[in-house]
Design a protein around this ligand. Structure first.
Ligand SMILES: Nc1ncnc2c1ncn2[C@@H]1O[C@H](COP(=O)(O)OP(=O)(O)OP(=O)(O)O)[C@@H](O)[C@H]1O
Ligand SMILES: [Mg+2]
Length: 239
């Protein structure tokens, strides 16, 4: 469904993705792991079309996204993809409910009741039904991350990208977030999640291990068949 094919990307002299190939099947849950700076976020950004690779290409539903013009890529990303960022990027001056409606905010059309209801439903779903009127500054870190998830859900995406969604949270809040994401996956959403936590990575159907901009050994670890993969475990322990 979604595939990076021999993708490379440099910033100046630094090669951050080096001939990376990865695929995500429809409805699949894929985790990307590896130490800090290994290129996990860069890979997620390329897969989610936020960054165009220098070489190689990204295929989505058989189409070469990399060859598309900016307008078409933006429309595709808006329609089918949702991204939960490493830092959640909530707008501090909007309430939780308004933040969830951000994907539908543009200058051309006012927000209708249908979207308002859907946003409220998504907040309910992440356990924040009663807190829609709070500003992010008046929510805990875990709650803010939940708002970011509600914002990602409001579009009913085909593919959900999550870059260390539990990074700033304690174990209990992190577990809650991962549980939510897994529920969504169970409902048919394709999920690509970057994580440092091998416990979470083992929940995925496939784990991609990154090291210095490359997928280790050019292989993706099938976690379903090898739930305690030693290679992935070692790399994370060193991180
Ligand atoms: N926009 C950018 N400009 C220059 N260098 C960048 C840019 N984005 C990433 N890099 C560099 O690319 C490398 C990989 O970064 P990336 O953010 O993909 O790592 P990561 O695996 O997500 O790390 P972390 O676990 O710390 O989030 C790093 O050396 C980083 O400094
Ligand atoms: Mg990162």
């Amino acid at each position: 469904m979604l595939q990076a094919v021999n993708v490379s990307k440099s910033y100046g002299d630094t090669l951050v993705l080096d001939d990376v190939s990865v695929q995500v099947g429809k409805g699949e849950f894929v985790c990307v792991v590896g130490r800090s700076g290994s290129g996990k976020s860069s890979l997620l950004n390329v897969l989610s079309t936020l960054t165009r690779p220098d070489s190689g290409h990204v295929l989505y539903q058989g189409e070469n996204v990399t060859a598309m013009g900016e307008g078409r890529i933006n429309r595709l990303r808006h329609k089918d993809f949702s991204i939960i960022f490493q830092l959640h990027h909530l707008l501090p001056y909007l309430t939780a409910l308004e933040n969830v409606m951000v994907p539908f905010m543009n200058t051309l059309r006012p927000i209708g009741q249908e979207i308002r209801d859907k946003a409220a439903e998504c907040l309910e779903r992440v356990g924040l039904g009663g807190k829609g009127n709070r500003l992010p500054g008046n929510l805990s870190g875990g709650e803010q991350q939940r708002v970011a998830i509600a914002r990602a859900l409001v579009k009913s995406p085909e593919v959900l990208f999550a870059d260390e969604p539990t990074g700033s949270l304690d174990k209990r809040n992190g577990d809650g977030i991962v549980e939510l994401l897994r529920d969504l996956h169970t409902e048919g959403v394709s999920l690509v999640m970057v994580t440092h936590d091998m416990g979470y990575a083992r929940l995925a159907q496939r784990t991609v291990v990154m090291e210095d901009g490359r997928v280790v050994d050019g292989e993706e670890v099938e976690c379903v068949t090898h739930p305690k993969d030693a290679v992935a475990g070692e790399i994370i322990t060193q991180a």
